[in-house]
Design a protein around this ligand. Sequence first.
Ligand code: GRF
Length: 190
Amino acid sequence: MSILIKLIVFASGNGSNFEAIQTAILDKTLNAEILCLISDKEKAFAHKRAEKHNIPSFAFKQGKDKVAYETQIVNKLSEYEFDYIICAGYMKIIGPTILNKYKGKIINIHPSSLPKYKGLDALGQALDAKETEIGVSVHYIDETLDGGEIIDQVHFDIDESMTREEIEEILHQHEHQLYVSVLQTLQGEA
Ligand code: GRF
């Protein structure tokens, strides 16, 4: 029997990756528990998903003072004992206040074959570069932008006949599978 891993999810938007992880937990394909959702957006759809699954969710607004913002999050996190922070569409750069405390425990998913196309709109960057193979990466977060150690990636072919929407749909499916698979591996190592 594998050991249960305890997760905190950070999300800013739709939360489909968050939901995919929770679905794998409910399906018992992943022996994990999401303790809470943290967001920088009060209106993120991810909160609705959390509510549906009875997962506590919290929003903290970042003002001019990033340290103050992240201190609020660290204070909330100190209420929990957890193994990993899972960033799933969290649109803020993790600053030193969180990173120094939890380095090595913070994981992100990025929609590109890293190290290619870091930063915003990675898919747009790949399409502009006329890539015929794109990918998705799960990596540890460090102080560099999308530059931390890669845990796993998937790559897949695209062609000119596909619309951006079609590609995004396939990309999200890959993301959902990859995130769950990485967590299964980490759980095996726990
Ligand atoms: C994903 O494409 C992820 O790679 C990126 O933000 C998106 C979040 O999607 N970092 P969702 O909110 O999980 O649906």
